[in-house]
Design a protein around this ligand. Structure first.
Ligand SMILES: [Zn+2]
Length: 175
């Protein structure tokens, strides 16, 4: 059930939430294990406060859940955390579907319009805007050159295929 963590997009997705999120989830033993903040902090070699902050961000998105239990002696609450990998898989599917829709739009636009980019590939800029910039990249000042529609379209199509494969993989595992 850990396998959603094998996808490249999963690491990118988790890195955007918190830089420790991927590390914590991938080291979390077996994902079904319920554990507390201290044990997780030991597991990843981070301070408890840092791990808690990551867990709170993940919890906000429903990727981890907690139950709290009052310690009868101290009166403090203990938090027991568990992972919801199905929720993570669902969020990643949504992100992928949005990306797929954007790539589909891009593919359609490429057949109708000319796009330009620089050798550093900062951005893809339509003709009218490239002309306004005098065919100089606004980010790196390199020349803007016409994008080869055919090879760019092939790239986008293969990106879409990769996304579809990931979606199929997630569907088989979780949905
Ligand atoms: Zn540039």
């Amino acid at each position: 059930m850990q396998r959603v963590l094998e996808l490249d997009i999963t690491k990118d997705f988790l890195d955007k939430i918190d830089k420790n999120a991927y590390d914590i989830l991938s080291k979390w033993n077996g994902s079904k294990e319920v554990t507390n903040d201290e044990k997780l902090a030991d597991l990843v070699g981070q301070k408890v406060t840092i791990v808690r902050s990551t867990l709170n961000k993940l919890s906000f998105r429903g990727i981890v859940k907690y139950e709290k239990e009052k310690d009868q002696k101290s009166g403090w609450y203990n938090f027991y955390w568990s992972v919801d990998l199905k929720k993570l898989a669902t969020l990643i599917s949504q992100e992928h579907l949005e990306r797929k829709a954007k790539l589909g739009d891009k593919l359609r636009l490429l057949t109708e319009y000319d796009y330009f980019t620089c050798k550093n590939l900062c951005n893809e800029i339509p003709f009218e805007i490239a002309a306004e910039y005098d065919f100089t990249c606004p980010h790196c000042n390199q020349n803007l050159i016409l994008i080869d529609k055919k090879s760019r379209s092939i790239n986008i199509a293969s990106e879409i295929t990769n996304i579809e494969n990931d979606l199929e993989f997630i569907k088989k595992l979780y949905l």
